[in-house]
Design a protein around this ligand. Structure first.
Ligand code: NAD
Length: 346
């Protein structure tokens, strides 16, 4: 097998485990770089055959152009979301592959973890008991049973989260412009969902249509005391409006695995730094906001699936096979392209 050399950006210790287990069987040599892919680091890929990138890497026109100039024609995203890629710049030059599904359970279960922790104040109780403060004042939650969960986006993750909510005896409403036909899911308008839900969980992709889908206007309409969970993409929520809604006491809480400006901070240990992002700093101070660092995907099962699919995607590229997990400018813009007839997007 032709052994190709691949630049692996934003490498963390947990990435190595599954990638190292599988790389030989797919015939790859991986060059791990701790730094993110960006305008300064793109040169590290010089002389290599492909790139593996992640959610907060920069995959804009200058980076794509630099890779192309260096003879690199494939970027394998080791993630599902691809809102950070300039597909127009990539079209005709660099094939972009992603991992469409690796474990919807991992993400949906993390959404449930955020909801349960936030509602029952587990994060605060944990800190108290570690300090031998056994008071339970201020830790009152509410029964999830019989409450209404509003699910925005009923794709792979949203559907698993619906099952979890039903397990708790919750009523479920959903909004999705592409509803699942003949399902037992009760679809309503976005407006109705926002007004009727005790819990709103975001499971749609970030697109121009969904940018700030939770806006100041939407936050005014939510039920008093409602909880919002976001494990999808930070820019689905207007963070400043979220702070106002929490400060006013109208919104009951927010569980956030993603944040609008996360790319400069998430995945890094900044505990000894002065945080320059005042919005994030304010969110962190709020007792009813629980933030995790884009870790909803982080289970062993998901990491293995991500490694296997990413390497498989690259193998198919180098072997000249069809690329079922390719996304191009047309796929991105219109929802589908004619790849099936032509086997590759271009
Ligand atoms: P999916 O493609 O299976 O489902 C997305 C759903 O959103 C689809 O049903 C689609 O019709 C719907 N949708 C599209 N536009 C919408 C709109 N305007 N309003 C409401 N719904 C809309 O995707 P998935 O695998 O379920 O993943 C959902 C999102 O989760 C991804 O886009 C990604 O951003 C995020 N994600 C986060 C993590 C994490 O670690 N936090 C991991 C994986 C995925």
């Amino acid at each position: 097998m032709d052994k190709k050399k691949i630049a692996f950006f934003d490498a963390k210790p947990y990435d190595h485990i599954w990638m190292d287990n599988l790389k030989e069987s797919f015939g790859f040599e991986l060059k791990y770089f701790e730094s993110r892919l960006n305008h300064d680091t793109v040169k590290l890929a010089q002389g290599l055959d492909g790139v593996i990138a992640f959610v907060n890497d920069t995959v804009d026109a200058p980076v794509i152009h630099a890779l192309y100039e260096d003879g690199i024609h494939v970027i394998a995203l080791r993630c599902a979301g691809y809102n950070h890629v300039d597909f127009q710049a990539a079209f005709g030059k660099v094939h972009v592959l992603h991992v469409p599904a690796y474990s919807p359970y991992a993400v949906a279960e993390h959404a449930a973890a955020l909801l349960l922790s936030l509602n029952r104040k587990i994060h605060r109780a944990y800190n108290r008991t570690r300090d031998f403060n056994f008071s339970i004042n201020g830790l009152t939650g509410f029964d999830l049973h019989d409450k209404t969960a509003g699910i925005i986006g009923t794709g792979k993750i949203g559907r698993v989260f619906i099952d979890i909510c039903r397990g708790f005896g919750m009523k479920v409403l959903a909004y999705d412009p592409y509803p699942i036909e003949d399902s037992d899911i009760k679809y309503v308008s976005l407006n109705e969902l926002i007004k009727q839900s005790d819990i709103i969980s975001l499971h749609c992709p970030l697109t121009p249509d969904t940018h700030h889908i939770i806006s100041a206007d939407a936050l005014e309409k939510v039920k008093k005391g409602a909880i919002i969970i976001n494990t999808s993409r930070g820019s689905l929520i207007d963070s400043l409006a979220l702070i106002d809604a929490i400060k006013s006491g109208h919104l009951g809480g927010a569980g956030l695995d993603v944040y609008e400006e996360e790319s400069d901070v998430f995945y890094e240990d900044l505990s000894a730094s002065v945080i320059q992002d005042d919005v994030l700093a304010r969110l962190v101070t709020l007792p009813n906001v629980l933030i995790t660092s884009h870790q909803a995907f982080l289970t062993g099962e998901a990491l293995e699936n991500i490694a296997r699919t990413t390497l498989q995607n690259l193998r198919q590229f180098f072997d000249g096979e069809p690329l079922p997990h390719e996304i191009c400018y047309q796929c991105h813009k219109y929802g589908k392209c004619d790849r099936k007839h032509r086997e590759r997007c271009f």
